[in-house]
Design a protein around this ligand. Structure first.
Ligand code: NAD
Length: 251
């Protein structure tokens, strides 16, 4: 595509989302850094520079989503790329997993992906162009103990991606998911901290997080996930849709 694309990334204030935002802006795309944490989103956008804007967006709230998208369309005219990245983790044995946490994780990481896609889709259809990349996880394909809501949400994202790919195909909208392995972000460090607080050594905590064993025996860098996202959004990936690609070092 010749014109500067507009990229909307959820949960982009830090971690993987920030790396994705940087990668798109390096390619001269215009990036909306959308996050629940508006101050952090604006800070990240300022760090990125001229072709980024930080905005408040709660992916669980349909009204906020509609307002944010309407504002972007007013400012930029179109949205070419949507990256559904917002997420969080909560770990507990299933028999004591609080319903409130189940609902929150499903709302953010599954319903949020649906709602964002639902409201960006008509604008992409109008342009007959779109790239939707959903950040699932290796947990989109495998189960780990004590992560019932996360695993359910990330498996759900695979299904949502498949339906989006089928309904988007006639409009040149591609939809794919990226399944990262362990990346050292706040989301992951909180898990390591809680495991060490339970008495595990850091080494045991890391092994528990890395379960099952990962071939490369190292963390994935946020930039490695971002490269996969930018590739799927690129013109050379125009024939790839409905795929679920692991960036996980062989997990
Ligand atoms: N870190 C990992 O090891 C790992 C592995 C696989 C997949 N992922 C996925 O990558 C994505 C990014 O995770 P991360 O590790 O960078 O985490 P992170 O905690 O660093 O970033 C997540 C961001 O999402 C935002 N967010 C949370 N709820 C939101 C909501 N309702 N609306 C908008 N924004 C919201 C947070 O404010 C935060 O900025 C998540 O979907 C996560 O599940 C992470």
């Amino acid at each position: 595509m010749d014109k500067q694309r507009t990229v909307l990334i959820t949960g982009a204030a830090g971690g993987i989302g920030k790396a994705i935002a940087l990668e798109f802006s390096n390619q001269n795309d215009f990036v909306y850094v959308a996050d629940l944490n508006k101050d952090a989103a604006e800070k990240t956008a300022n760090e990125i520079g001229g072709n980024a804007k930080g905005i408040y967006l709660d992916v669980t709230n349909e009204e906020t989503i509609q307002t944010a998208i309407a504002n972007i369309i007013h400012e930029r005219g179109s949205i070419e790329v949507l990256v559904n990245n917002a997420g969080l983790q909560y770990r507990a044995p299933l028999e004591s997993f609080p319903l409130e946490k189940w609902n929150l994780l499903i709302d953010v990481m599954l319903t949020g992906v649906f709602l964002m896609t639902k409201h960006v889709f008509p604008h992409m259809k109008k342009e007959t162009y779109g790239r939707i990349i959903n950040i699932s996880s290796v947990h989109g394909k495998l189960a780990t103990p004590e992560k019932i809501a996360y695993v359910a949400a990330k498996h759900g994202v695979i299904g949502v991606t498949g339906v989006t790919a089928l309904e988007g195909a006639a409009y040149k909208i591609t939809a794919n998911s990226i399944l990262p392995g362990p990346v050292k972000t706040e989301l992951l460090m909180k898990q390591i901290d809680s495991l060490t607080a339970e008495g595990k050594t850091e080494k045991d905590a890391l092994e528990a997080i890395m379960y099952p064993k990962q071939a490369m025996e190292r963390f994935i860098e946020p930039e490695e996930v971002a490269s996969g996202v930018v590739y799927l959004a690129s013109d050379v990936a125009s024939g790839i849709t409905g795929e679920h690609i692991k960036v996980a070092g062989g997990m």
